[in-house]
Design a protein around this ligand. Structure first.
Ligand code: GTP
Length: 597
């Protein structure tokens, strides 16, 4: 294939601005899928997903399109829209020469529009700005163009308008992709150098690898090597997605496609790795290989202890599809056997949880999410801690660091005060404020990731009546005024309830947890003391007074069957209790407490 006739691009957008709809429309306009197939295709894929657990979306679709009398190969590479998958976004973008920046003609520029656009600019991509949904009656094209100019320096005259829903002017988007985005560079005769930008797992074929060829040519039957992993494989099949897998004899410099190499699990494939030939002259590795960075952790426990093995199996299965997620067994006095799981971010955590509950049908108890802490102990050693219970006692800590993120908020200007207060309450450091248009504002703050993880998204939505959006990126680790807060029931520490928080919040958090516990734990024959403590210092205390009479007492005179019923009921209740020392704590109590963060 002549690289001059190839264009590689992605569509980047804030969620709900119409990325998938535009992709579908482009497939239709180019005749890659007919209108009738469009429906079948969607159904087909959903079935597939259900039966085989592979990802619905084609990650890199090849389309053919006639323009100015020539036939072009247009490769549309999908990028995850969310910040959690920043690393994958970067990999996908480095496979493109350009990006369609899609902005909703009513919603305008949002937090992830800005983040995605900057990302594309950093990768030296040619940006084709497109306003979508111009069919909407309340579209405000002139203001949205102004917002794009103000935030991203985009020339308003270059902004195209289209309706991905009706197909209006979608052919103009394709023409602009060809005219404005440069063709790929690269030499088909140089040593093979291809970037792995994604992979999916197929039960029958193993890992399917998506590659962008930078240089050289790859053929079926050839032996290739992954440069970082060092492994050698035979190419069993190569091809392109159109959008079904379509076999080809070879792929050459500038092209995008898939390879099947009999690789059993996704764990053996590293997104960002470089593929070259196994023998003969090898290419240099492409820059930017890095392990995914897990930022958020939580414990997952089956609510029924019996389901521990089932949960392990479900987690392993998920990991085959998603190596960026990790887990290891952990035990908690309160919750029994479970797993500590690491995620790229909050959204990633939600997705994994949903998939577990849907696909494996296991009821889960999730502990409060926490971030990675870096702690230097008095003996000078540094360690990374992912579980509050593993945080050493106050007296042993020299320095306590936490991840800091830079958060961008976009909102209508009337909510600026509210969002500023929200950030100030969470000890955010103001970075800047920018008017995108007379009515819309972007606020940038540096905040502790732990504060963002805690409840920032919910609070933002309620403060801005749903109109605010946010996005964040990791800045690094900074020393914080942090403590491990423990909860003691009858003088015993309950591990699942320990949290790490800012010292200045400890009193409030401690009191809130104890109040909740007091409500949820039933009375016992003896007094039960509840305490919140930092090390040996008690910062809050409550007491559940002893029960005066046996419950059956009120049945005196009643018939025996009524009494039996009561006893039965008590036994039932008992099963759902966890005993800490001699105190029975209903599982509901743990949940209630975890809900407070
Ligand atoms: P993914 O994140 O990839 O799922 O896509 P997306 O969130 O960017 O948006 P999606 O394509 O799912 O579209 C979001 C909503 O906007 C859907 O309800 C679409 O039907 C609607 N939509 C998309 N394009 C248009 C358009 O041109 N006009 C109108 N009126 N609605 C549109």
């Amino acid at each position: 294939v002549d690289p001059a006739l190839v264009r590689n691009f992605s569509i980047v957008a804030h969620i709900d601005h119409g990325k998938s709809t535009l992709a579908d429309r482009l497939l239709e306009v180019t005749g890659t899928i007919s209108k009738r197939e469009m429906k079948d295709q969607v159904l087909d894929d959903m079935d597939l997903e259900r039966q085989r657990g592979i990802t619905i979306k084609s990650r890199a679709v090849s389309m053919k399109y006639q323009h100015n009398g020539k036939e072009y190969e247009l490769n549309l590479i999908d990028t995850p829209g969310h910040v959690d998958f920043q690393y994958e976004v970067s990999r996908s973008l480095s496979c493109c020469e350009g990006a369609v920046l899609l902005v909703d003609a009513f919603q305008g520029v949002e937090a992830q529009t800005v983040a995605n656009a900057y990302n594309a600019i950093e990768h030296d991509l040619e940006i084709v700005p497109v306003m979508n949904k111009i069919d909407l009656v309340h579209a405000r094209p002139e203001e949205v163009k102004q917002e794009m100019e103000q935030t991203l320096g985009i020339n308003p005259d270059e902004v195209l308008g289209c309706s991905a829903k009706s197909g209006l002017k979608c052919d103009e988007v394709l023409a602009a992709v060809i005219d404005r985005i440069p063709p790929p560079r690269g030499d088909a005769n140089a040593p093979l150098q291809a970037m792995v930008f994604d992979s999916v797992y197929d039960e029958y074929r193993g890992a399917i690898i998506y590659v962008r060829l930078m240089n050289g040519t790859v053929r079926k039957g050839q032996r290739i090597q992954f440069l970082q992993a060092g492994t050698v494989h035979e190419v069993v099949e190569i091809g392109q997605l159109a959008p079904k897998r379509t076999q080809r004899d070879l792929l050459s410099a500038g092209q995008v496609g898939y390879m099947v190499c009999n690789i059993k699990s996704l764990g053996q494939v590293h997104v960002g790795d470089t593929v070259t030939v196994a023998t003969g002259e090898q290419a240099k590795p492409l820059p930017g290989y890095a392990e995914p960075n897990r930022m958020v952790f939580c414990g997952l426990y089956p609510s029924d202890g019996q389901e521990f093995e089932q949960l392990r199996e479900a987690l392993s299965k998920l990991q085959v599809n998603d190596p960026s997620f990790e887990f290891e067994p952990e035990t908690s006095d309160a919750l029994g056997f479970g797993f500590r799981c690491g995620f790229l971010g909050l959204l990633h955590m939600e997705i994994v949880q949903q998939r577990l509950e849907q696909e494996a049908d296991i009821d889960l108890v999730q502990t409060a999410p926490n971030v990675t802490y870096r702690i230097q102990t008095k003996d000078g050693n540094w360690e990374e801690v992912h579980t509050p219970t593993r945080v050493p006692d106050v007296g042993d800590i020299e320095e306590f660091q936490q991840p800091i993120v830079r958060v961008s908020f976009v909102m209508p200007s009337e909510y600026v005060g509210g969002v500023m207060k929200l950030c100030a309450d969470r000890r955010g450091v103001f970075v800047r404020q920018e008017y995108l248009s007379p009515t819309r504002v972007m606020l940038v703050y540096d905040l502790a990731l732990a504060e963002v993880v805690y409840d920032m998204h919910d609070k933002l939505k309620s403060t801005t009546r749903g109109y605010g959006t946010m996005d964040y990126e990791l800045r690094g680790y900074e020393t914080g005024d942090l403590v491990r807060l423990d909860i003691l029931v009858k003088n015993e520490r309950v591990d699942a309830l320990s949290i790490v928080c800012d010292k200045r919040d400890a009193d409030n958090r401690g009191r809130a947890v104890i109040k909740k516990l007091k409500k949820e734990i039933p009375r016992h024959m003896f007094e039960v003391a509840l305490q919140a403590a930092i090390g040996t210092r008690i910062i809050a205390r409550e007491t559940i007074s002893a029960m005066s009479k046996n419950v059956t007492a009120k049945c005196y005179g009643g018939d025996i069957s009524r009494k039996r019923k009561l006893w039965e009921k008590q036994k039932e209740g008992k099963k759902r209790m966890k005993s800490i020392g001699s105190v029975d704590i209903p599982q509901k109590a743990f949940l209630a407490v975890l809900e407070t963060g």
